[in-house]
Design a binder for this molecule. Structure first.
Ligand code: SF4
Ligand code: SF4
Length: 110
């Protein structure tokens, strides 16, 4: 009986989640931000001189990368740990690691 109730609850949550936009789903992710970044732009000069499209500012679903004038700001605290920037940077200019144990994404509600 309890299993059936849990299954119904999960089904209802799943239906509710499917109706949400990606932005709404992002609000449901909880983080425990580390004091140091797990993401590193290896050579800022490459971003400045060889990457006119700054594509990391587009493909990152969490908008972690923001081009500010002449430098890349990396808001690592909001990283969803999807790993896209490991392969998405055309210059392999991002060093990506998981956050240290206990930090980063701790809970996804949807
Ligand atoms: S995609 Fe890579 S090289 Fe281009 S701006 Fe982002 S980090 Fe720099
Ligand atoms: S791992 Fe995903 S969410 Fe995190 S910075 Fe890279 S692209 Fe953005």
């Amino acid at each position: 009986m309890r299993g059936a109730a849990n299954a119904r609850r999960e089904e209802a949550a799943d239906k509710a989640a499917k109706g949400r936009t990606i932005e709404e789903k992002q609000y449901l992710v909880r983080f425990n931000a580390d004091t140091r970044s797990h993401l590193h732009v290896l050579d800022p000069e490459i971003c400045l001189t060889r990457c006119p499209d700054k594509i990391c500012t587009i493909f990152c679903p969490a908008e972690v990368y923001k081009w500010e004038g002449a430098r890349m700001h990396v808001g690592y605290e909001g990283c969803h740990e999807c790993g896209s920037c490991r392969i998405g940077c055309p210059h392999e200019n991002i060093k990506w690691e998981y956050p240290r144990g206990g930090y980063g994404v701790v809970f996804r509600l949807g």
